[in-house]
Design a binder for this molecule. Structure first.
Ligand code: SF4
Length: 451
């Protein structure tokens, strides 16, 4: 309890991360390849696209990992995967209403840098064959410093990538051993310096709190070391221990996990240390140097949220390619087949490899906009957004009692119909966002805790 506010009860609520709305548990196999084909054909040919390419392979296994990945020790399966990805790139492009522009491109995983440099170059070439990559487009790639070769660093630079992100997580050696991710600061520094020298201007670091053996002291030392390397953006996420979903996490000794109070203390100390190092808070869990476009978007109220978290990407359509990738069109979300062999076969047969999805109704679009604005700006006027979407605001009356309680508890303030997160309760924004989620009450899914 802080000053009589029951923050702890709110922090222990299990809530989605709201990187989409409807959220992934609403996806079903009622949506398939034919729906996706129609949704693609209905796109505005003049509107820019955002692309996401997924590589499900890693060269090393981290025990905290909740991603869809496979351990690959040989190059051949990864190279075969790249060849099939090229087929998917061409297949999806054939369903477009014309030759489209690309404003953002993001390689994620897994570990995209597990590809051989030539394979990365082949896929990038295929993309440029079917799309016009806009001058100034952001080309981003996630990278693992433990396995990033000099040849790959040089190729990433030569291919024109503008941003690279690293899962730094924590620099303490005991914590790294407890999560099986050994990467001393010098290893990360080498990768960062190499990419900067190769011309990659933007560097992102991801950190995690709530890891086994982690303390406020290990985390603040980590942030000091990070600040010395001066990444442009830092994101920090709470470790979600969900071994019933992420089987790798069974390797983590649960008795070494920080308890709830320690997690809250770590989250708070990390935010203070990062802002103390000169970074501006962006949304719930991101920070950026004041001159970085993400910090500027947060200040200008143009920040957006998608599957990669907070972004400056305002494209209405995100095309996901590769196993398990999620895409969004104005008509709905789709997710690709998870299992690599099935994805491979379906693409080889010339079919869009959609596993499931969900259409976006007019009400979903309205609720999604409210949730996104709250997550991005920490404030929203739901009535205005509802009316802007042509939906009368009567439905908001049902939320009145809960919103009044949240105001009494010090989570939000209310001016007319506008609600604003209290700065001290900013970390609980997902709990407030969940009020506007029409599906949550019906969902049997267990999400991670709010903190
Ligand atoms: S955390 Fe990243 S590098 Fe580690 S296993 Fe998961 S996807 Fe691979």
């Amino acid at each position: 309890m802080i000053m009589g506010y029951n923050f702890q009860a709110y922090a222990q609520q299990s809530v989605p991360r709201y990187t989409s709305y409807p959220t992934a548990p609403q996806f079903s196999d009622a949506v398939g390849a034919d729906d996706y084909a129609r949704w693609l054909e209905a796109l505005d040919p003049a509107a820019p696209l955002s692309l996401y390419l997924h590589v499900p392979f890693c060269r090393e296994l981290c025990w905290y990992c909740g991603c869809n990945m496979k351990l690959a020790t040989k190059a051949a399966p990864i190279s075969d995967y790249a060849s099939r990805l090229i087929e998917e790139v061409r297949l999806v492009a054939r369903h477009m209403p014309g030759r489209m522009k690309v404003s953002h491109l993001h390689w994620g995983g897994g570990t995209p840098t597990a590809l051989e440099p030539d394979d990365l170059a082949r896929v990038m070439e295929a993309l440029r064959e079917v799309y016009d990559v806009e001058p100034g487009a952001e080309l981003a790639i996630e990278s693992d410093p433990r396995t990033l070769s000099d040849a790959m660093i040089a190729r990433i630079g030569a291919l024109g990538f503008t941003r690279a992100s690293f899962g730094v997580q924590e620099f303490d050696a005991d914590v790294q051993a407890a999560i099986n991710r050994i990467q001393p600061p010098e290893m990360v520094r080498r990768a960062v310096d190499g990419l900067r020298d190769a011309g990659v201007a933007g560097i992102n670091f991801d950190l995690i709190y709530g890891l086994p053996l982690q303390t406020v002291e290990t985390l603040t030392r980590t942030i000091d070391l990070c600040a010395e390397m001066a990444p442009d953006r830092i994101a920090i996420f709470g470790y979600a221990h969900v071994p019933w979903v992420a089987k790798k996490q069974k390797l983590i000794d649960e008795s070494t996990l920080p308890d709830h109070d320690a997690r809250v203390a770590q989250s708070k100390a990390a935010a203070e240390a990062i802002t103390g190092a000169g970074y501006r808070p962006v949304g719930l869990d991101h920070f950026a140097r004041p001159e970085d476009p993400l910090a500027q978007a947060a200040e200008a109220g143009t920040l957006r949220r998608n599957f990669q978290g907070y972004t400056t990407d305002d494209a209405a359509t995100l095309i996901g390619m590769g196993t398990t990738s999620i895409g969004r069109t104005p008509s709905g979300y789709v997710q690709n087949i998870r299992e690599t062999r099935t994805w491979d076969r379906v693409v080889s047969e010339g079919r869009l490899p959609v596993m499931k999805g969900v259409p976006i109704t007019a009400e979903d679009a309205m609720r999604g906009r409210i949730i996104e604005e709250l997550m991005c700006q920490g404030a929203v006027d739901p009535l205005t957004i509802s009316r802007d979407h042509g939906i009368p605001g009567d439905w908001l009356a049902d939320l009145g009692v809960t919103l009044a309680q949240m105001a009494t508890d010090g989570l939000i303030t209310r001016q007319g119909t506008r609600i604003t997160m209290v700065p001290e309760a900013r970390h609980l924004v997902r709990v407030v966002a969940a009020l506007f989620d029409a599906y949550r009450a019906d969902s049997p899914v267990r999400y991670s805790l709010a903190v």
